[in-house]
Design a protein around this ligand. Structure first.
Ligand code: MGD
Ligand code: MGD
Ligand code: SF4
Ligand code: MO
Length: 902
């Protein structure tokens, strides 16, 4: 790929998680891109996790969507921007004309920049006149938003990252920060090292990598967090451990909340409901009661639940009761997932919000926004939330949808429903940066968007810090910025108010709207106020340093909010919210006896359209898995290393069985990252139930009753191939990107002895392909086939198939693809399926930064006598860069110590 050679280093922000790390991106004169942490960025202080560090490897143009495309008679063809945008504008206009504004919808994303998001929201709510714009943040942050609004009167995150370092007690609830917010987790690790009396409690049904620093792990029964925090509130009240003065002066509703909390019962009742050892529970309650500086940070284990909003409020209730909010080292802290989850909320990108933290259901505020926009219309009722929106599409009530920067056919619950919906929809438009996604495959119009490094704008991280994403690459092909595409469609629909030339102009309008009638004319005083950033020129905007809102005056920045006890409800008081505990929407039964929990792995980002391109990120978890307790596996008749089918009332997937995820009996865990592009049948969303929280509309992604059973196959195999393969012979396949090859893991139903040219067919080789470079060992009776295809001595593909679980290690085979020609020894090794020397097989990757495998670390521990993680790092480099693998290294050390003791 040719990059525009801007010779300086550009400061920008990582496009992945909500930590919002600063990145120094440098394009060398040769076009090579190098990525480093930005030491001056307050969120990350120079650190990057392995996903951020690998950004330079995910930018290539292969697979990019570079021109608009139209699907006609089932075939995609390139189109001009004019033709494509006329199709979108014309289609939307016609449907609005015939069926009204609520017959169209936008489904957008927390991965849009604030400027894109602002425009999309303005377009729908102010010009189309419908609030049918929802976002994948519905699947992510909407329970936190609802909880904040109920308690504080506004969607406010009171604290900042420093609070997690200053806390004497940090409670992480439903958060695997070690893998999902790695650099923030590293800050916590360092804070705890510096101040060992700091206590960390992790509340998670799984013993995750995050538990590595936990003084106490509460392996809570999935879905029961409200019991835990109701019990805590009751305990704090019984111990008179609250701040009565704060409660009296600054809150309302304690009596009702205590009433509801009482429904959780005694400590023993709570322990039983949450399936937590009563002594551990008591330890946690006592710790919370006596530790003033307490932060409770929470993520998807809390939000993604049919009682998600109540989980959030049950947590906040405990902080209100103790007056621990918005002060250094204290407060509830919602960690955001996507890079701009917060920015999307600021511009009102959810179907039940307006812009600038104004309320859609408040006529004065609606009028205020309409007056500011001078817009012809204004949505006057909340639009449909994501799950309902896709139902409405399937039912034909919504006839056109424009999907931007999200992949709902993978990420929505009941993902087959989402597919049916798009199949029935008259007009499906998708804006993306890559061509091959499950959602694009169902779209009629594809619009190529600029991606990270190519686009300019702002994002807001979990601690309200607004940072610039800056362009340092030329726009590839015909790709255009998302805001620019929406503005063009709006203009084609005859809407004024979209004549922006550059993102700083949009940001300026957004900043001015935040001060518009804010606290004046009897208007509610909104804490979201970035008036101090209004009026920036392009140069000011380009030079903008990270800043935490509110920014009321130029140069201002606000680390903490609400510490003064003044909340955003009209009376200035916070609300306790009664949260009577209730069970998840769907409970296990005889037919579906296990609860499926879904989430993330360390090195992949969502549907892998970007991280899936970096070989360095592929090896840590190379294929989809289902992790469950060994005894449950036994009951289900499945074995570690073999394939299993996971079935719910909604769908089924296939994945490799594994143990070791620290899961209690009764549940299973699967990663969310695989799609129809990367596996034959591992799109986990098809299994997930579509129940949502009644307040927030957030889906219950972490609790679906399933059945797990063997996926019987006749053989297992894998292929490493320079070329992509069709794989028609396999009953199951998954793929990852290696360095110079694609790696397929396969399994088949038909015994392979039945077809003669079977091996060659699997590798996509026809009859007339050159035979000379074909090496093969077959032992069909022994159930083994090994084959390799070479051209001019260079390996093109190799295939290993076996009826047993005895396939050779992939890592040393992968190294053959870097060689210009294979030696005789290599050929022999290929045929025997064994590395030339044991040391050549590093084992499964632990450290992705330096490519260090489990076996290499094992040798460091056993043969070189490494006793702690630092020694392993000194010996192997593993853990020496981003540190995300340190919990895994420590687990290997503990395992070795345990074996040594036995
Ligand atoms: N590597 C990586 N990092 C990411 C992302 C990614 O795709 N990959 N995505 C980003 C995004 S958008 C998000 S939203 C965040 C998500 O960040 P996290 O929320 O930390 O990640 P998850 O793996 O979704 O789930 C967190 C934990 O919730 C636990 N859990 C499940 N059920 C319950 C329950 O009932 N109670 C409690 N207390 N815990 C429960 C799960 O076992 C899991 O370990 O990560 C962000 N960071
Ligand atoms: N089972 C289960 N499902 C889940 C979750 C779970 O825990 N369990 N978590 C949910 C959560 S928290 C989230 S956030 C979602 C995430 O789910 P999605 O948003 O569906 O996942 P992504 O792969 O991040 O999709 C982003 C898409 O935008 C494209 N893209 C990247 N940059 C740009 C850009 O600049 N412009 C445009 N137009 N496109 C771009 C990418 O190529 C990709 O196709 O998944 C949700 N689904
Ligand atoms: S922690 Fe990793 S993924 Fe998150 S912003 Fe930082 S570098 Fe990016
Ligand atoms: Mo998310």
């Amino acid at each position: 790929m040719k990059l525009s050679a801007i010779p300086t280093t550009v400061k920008t922000t990582c496009p992945y998680c909500g930590v919002g790390c600063g990145v120094d991106a440098r394009v060398g004169a040769d076009g090579a891109l190098s990525i480093a942490g930005d030491a001056s960025h307050p969120a990350s202080q120079g650190r990057l996790c392995v996903k951020g560090a690998a950004l330079g490897e995910t930018g290539g143009l292969q697979g990019r969507l570079l021109a608009p495309m139209l699907r006609e008679d089932g075939m995609l063809r390139e189109a001009s921007w004019d033709e494509a945008l006329d199709r979108v504008a014309g289609g939307f206009a016609r449907i609005i004309d015939e069926h009204g504004p609520d017959a169209v919808a936008l489904y957008v994303s927390g991965q849009l920049l604030t400027e894109d998001y602002y425009i999309a929201n303005k377009f729908m709510k102010g010009y189309v006149g419908s609030a049918n714009i929802d976002t994948n943040s519905r699947l992510c942050m909407s329970s936190a938003v609802a909880g904040h609004k109920r308690a504080f009167g506004e969607d406010i995150v009171p604290g900042c990252y420093e609070d997690l370092e200053l806390a004497d007690l940090l409670v992480l609830v439903g958060s695997n920060a070690a893998w999902c917010h790695p650099t923030l987790y590293q800050r916590i690790v360092r804070a705890k090292e510096a101040r060992p009396r700091m206590q960390v409690v992790v509340v998670d049904p799984r013993r995750t990598a995050t538990c590595d620093i936990a003084d106490l792990h509460l392996p809570i029964k999935p879905g029961t967090d409200v019991w835990l925090f109701d019990g805590l509130l009751a305990h704090l009240a019984a111990q008179q451990a609250g701040d009565a003065g704060f409660v009296h002066a600054h809150t309302e509703g304690l009596a009702d909340a205590l009433d509801a909390a009482g429904k959780a019962g005694s400590i023993l009742d709570v322990a039983r409901a949450c399936r937590i050892d009563p002594q551990l529970l008591q330890r946690f309650y006592a710790l919370f009661a006596r530790t003033e500086k307490t932060v409770t940070a929470f993520t998807m284990g809390v939000n993604q639940s049919s009682s998600g909003a109540d989980k959030v409020n049950a947590i906040i209730n405990c902080h209100l009761f103790t007056g621990r909010i918005g002060k250094p080292g204290m407060g509830p802290f919602s960690l955001t997932g996507q890079p701009n989850a917060m920015g999307g909320r600021e511009v009102g990108g959810l179907a039940n919000m307006l812009a600038a933290h104004m309320d859609l259901e408040d006529a004065d505020q609606r009028n205020a926004v309409q007056a500011f926009w001078a817009s012809p219309r204004m949505a006057d009722k909340p639009g449909l939330k994501a799950v309902d929106l896709f139902r409405a599409i399937e039912e034909g009530r919504i006839k056109a949808v424009w999907i931007m920067a999200t992949n709902p056919l993978v990420s929505l619950p009941d993902a087959e429903q989402a597919r049916r919906a798009l199949e029935r929809c008259e007009l499906v438009v998708a804006s993306d940066i890559v061509l091959g996604t499950d959602t694009n495959a169902a779209a009629h119009v594809l619009l190529p968007a600029l991606g990270w490094g190519e686009k300019d704008g702002t994002v807001t991280n979990s601690e309200r810090c607004i940072s610039r994403q800056r362009a340092f690459l030329a726009a590839p092909g015909g790709a255009r910025a998302d805001w620019d595409i929406v503005c063009d469609v709006a203009r084609r629909m005859g809407f004024a108010g979209f004549d922006f030339m550059a993102p700083h102009q949009i940001f300026d309008e957004h900043a001015r709207l935040s001060t518009w009638r804010n606290g004046t004319n009897g208007g509610r005083r909104r804490l979201f106020d970035i008036g101090g950033l209004a009026g920036m020129t392009r140069a000011d905007y380009d030079a903008l340093e990270p800043v935490q809102w509110p920014v009321r005056v130029p140069g201002g920045s606000t680390a903490r909010l609400l510490g003064d006890g003044r909340f955003a409800h009209p009376d200035g008081k916070a609300r306790f919210v009664p949260t009577a505990p209730r069970l998840p929407a769907h409970l296990p039964d005889d037919e579906f006896p296990l609860v499926l929990n879904t989430g993330r792995v360390r090195d992949q980002w969502h549907t892998m359209t970007r991280t899936g391109r970096a070989p360095r990120l592929a090896e840590h978890v190379p294929e989809p898995f289902v992790d469950l307790h060994p005894q449950d596996a036994l009951l289900c008749g499945v074995k570690a290393g073999e394939l299993a089918r996971v079935t719910s009332r909604w769908g089924a997937v296939v994945a490799r069985v594994q143990h070791g995820g620290g899961i209690a009996r009764g549940s299973a865990f699967m990663p969310i990252h695989w799609s129809a592009q990367t596996a034959s049948d591992a799109r986990v969303g098809t299994v997930v139930n579509p129940a949502v929280d009644p307040v927030s509309g957030e889906p219950e992604f972490k609790h679906t009753p399933v059945r797990i059973e063997p996926f019987g196959v006749a053989w297992y195999g894998f292929i490493l191939s320079r070329a992509e393969l069709p794989l028609r012979e396999a009953a199951h396949w998954t793929r990852i990107q290696g360095s110079g090859f694609v790696r397929y893991e396969l399994a088949g139903r038909l015994p392979f002895a039945q077809s003669a040219d079977w091996t060659r067919a699997l590798l996509g080789l026809g009859e007339d392909d050159e035979d000379a470079d074909w090496i093969e060992v077959e032992d069909r009776s022994g159930g083994v086939v090994r084959a390799a295809h070479l051209v001019d001595g260079r390996i093109q593909a190799c295939l290993f198939v076996s009826q047993r679980q005895d396939l050779p290690a992939r890592a040393w085979l992968a190294s053959l693809f870097a060689q210009e020609a294979l030696t005789q020894a290599d050929r022999l090794a290929l045929l025997s399926g064994r590395a030339k020397a044991a040391a050549e097989d590093p084992g499964p990757t632990v450290c992705s930064c330096f490519g260090v495998g489990r076996k290499t670390i094992g040798i460091a521990i056993r043969q070189h006598g490494c006793r702690d993680a630092a020694a392993v790092t000194a010996c192997t480099k593993a853990g020496g860069n981003c540190g995300s693998c340190v919990p895994e290294i420590r687990a290997l050390l503990a395992e070795a110590a345990h074996i040594a003791e036995v």
